[in-house]
Design a protein around this ligand. Structure first.
Ligand code: ASP
Length: 350
């Protein structure tokens, strides 16, 4: 009798342990799945790369940049956290930087040789590989919104100048008076460059002073909770640009690229070189064909390929797993990153 009782107790103890094990492993599997899904999003922004040195910066200006970067990235992060799409997040984030005179995009755009402001922007959806871009627009407050409109509501990818603005009018965009884009700081930069040009008697973007008077292109890349990547870039281009010059920012594959299979990239730097190196797409292609990581690909392109041609600048990027890269070969790049846990990194210098 005693033996039977011991056997019965043993059997029940075993049974309950087994059940515990099942329920523990089930809980851990499901909590892992949920938390991974919830946590797997992130956002990275840049506000331009160049000779940005601490010694040339006042504390108040540095704080102003940091505050604006924080405002922009937290706006996008909140959208992602609430389940919004990466396209929604990058557009809202870029709008904040476009509306600030601190950056060379929208309100703070640099001046052309003719003392006008010609703005470029592009956006790409990594889920569909759809893209939209505008170049040389002069009346559009937020060119990234028009790029999005081109992507969503036109049969084309890239619209330029008067045609892009006609499309904007038809889509109900507000037309800004060009005086909206006037900022004293940018206008004086142009005058200084022109003065220098007069002395040298030639236009040379090789001149570090001229090359560096363009800081502040803005860009944003994001991974949303649905696993979709997107990238966007917006700029006023380069100070003293002529002849309707168009840089890399509205060129899909150079200034902007996104592909759910690999990564999303936004570039900033000397556009002529970024076009020739096809920077954003090259990073994605290296991941796809060579099987290397985002960080390895970004490093190869920004530290080796672009400088080998003679160009400089940087990128921000995020991959399908939320890994990021903020790579540049200049003294500084305004940049920020926020992960799913809400951890925020803001940096300016090397
Ligand atoms: N890439 C921009 C252009 O060449 C300028 C910049 O990012 O600083 O138009």
């Amino acid at each position: 009798m005693k033996q039977i009782l011991t056997l019965l107790i043993g059997f029940f103890v075993l049974l309950s342990c087994k059940n515990d094990n099942i329920s523990i492993s089930e809980t851990s599997i499901s909590s892992k799945t949920v938390s991974k899904k919830e946590q797997n999003f992130g956002i990275v922004i840049h506000g331009g790369a160049g000779t940005i040195l601490k010694k040339n910066m006042t504390d108040s200006l540095e704080n102003a940049y940091k505050e604006k970067l924080k405002e922009a990235i937290t706006t996008g992060h909140t959208i992602l956290k609430n389940g919004g799409t990466s396209i929604e997040a990058i557009t809202a984030t870029i709008n904040i930087m476009e509306d600030s005179p601190l950056f060379n995009s929208g309100k703070g755009s640099v001046f052309t040789h003719e003392e006008t402001n010609e703005l470029d922007a592009s956006i790409m959806d990594g889920a569909t590989l759809n893209a939209g871009a505008v170049a040389g627009v002069t009346h559009i407050k937020n060119p990234i919104n028009l790029a999005l409109e081109v992507m969503n509501n036109s049969p084309h990818v890239l619209l330029a100048g008067a045609g892009a603005e006609e499309f904007a009018r038809q889509q109900g965009f507000e037309m800004m008076d060009p005086s909206y884009f006037y900022t004293e700081k940018r206008f004086q930069s142009l005058q200084k460059v022109k003065e220098k040009e007069k002395q040298n008697k030639s236009v040379s973007f090789e001149d570090p002073f001229i090359k560096d008077s363009k800081f502040g292109t803005v860009g944003c890349v994001a991974l949303d909770q649905h696993g979709n990547l997107a990238a966007g870039t917006s700029t006023g281009g380069m100070t003293n640009k002529r002849w309707n010059r168009i840089g890399d920012s509205p060129i899909i594959g150079a200034g902007t690229y996104a592909n759910n299979a690999t990564c999303a990239v936004s570039s900033t730097g000397w556009g002529e070189y970024f076009i020739r190196a096809m920077v954003a797409h090259d990073i994605s292609a290296m991941m796809e064909y060579k099987g290397i990581t985002l960080q390895e690909a970004a490093k190869e392109v920004i530290q080796n390929k672009v400088p080998a041609l003679g160009g400089d600048g940087g990128i921000v990027a995020i991959d399908k797993n939320g890994n990021i890269a903020m790579e540049f070969n200049t003294a500084g790049m305004y940049r920020a990153h926020m992960n799913a846990e809400g951890e925020l990194t803001i940096k300016i210098y090397k």
